[in-house]
Ligand binder design. Sequence first.
Ligand code: NAD
Length: 250
Amino acid sequence: MSFKNKVVVVTGSGSGIGAAAAVLFAETGAHVVIVDCSETRANTTAGKCEQYGNKVLVIIADVSKQEDDEKIIKQTIETFGKLDVLVNNAGIVLKGTILDGTILDTYDKIMNTNLRSVVVLTCLAAPHLAKTKGCIVNTSSIASTKVKNGYPYESYCVAKAGVDSFTRASAFELASSGVRVNAVNPGPVLTNLLEHAGISGNWERSSKSTALKKASEPKEVANLILYLASDKASSITGACYLIDNGMALM
Ligand code: NAD
């Protein structure tokens, strides 16, 4: 796959899946826009991307804020004059359930970060992607369709179900502009998602709950993101792809 001279925005690319995707895009020739709310993490990823010799732009932004989303698209167009690929990947997980009375404590933050940002950035990027016949890849989750016993992240499930639904709705609407929209739905991936939320995570337990008895490396999910963003996936739009080591089978 080659993304030579393509301009690719990856949100949440300071860490985990987004960082792995940004590095792979840079390795395959893209000019990458690193977006993250953590300056330290964003600069770490930028350093890894710069070794491939293409342009790297770092934008420190909180995707849950519309003014920051506007800044992301504005600075990208001002710097590169075009946009080819938008990866809506930034996300957080926070605990919240109905029965323990905490679901509404985290609902707005989860929805604004994990779902509203996807809607806003898609709207802002759409006219630019129409000019390049570009595409969008959203990072959803297996949690969009699968609820597991003892999984205390109910707002997160709602937000990711919304990402799947918006992936289909936006794919349908933007098809007339030649823009494709797809999503990846990972199961457990070995990232700092739980740590960043201050949750003492247990990947070992999650890994055992997949058919293959393992979690994914971030690069494995990044490979699927790049495939969906590439010309090889020119017939694919409106699809939400599980990449879960067979977790949904369990
Ligand atoms: P991660 O915490 O390692 O990386 C997420 C990055 O997003 C961090 O660098 C963080 O600073 C950034 N971020 C968070 N909120 C932001 C905001 N408001 N604005 C800008 N940047 C923000 O986590 P990850 O596992 O790589 O998560 C990436 C995506 O994958 C998320 O959407 C997550 O829901 C999804 N996902 C992860 C898993 C998993 O097991 N790790 C499984 C399914 C889906």
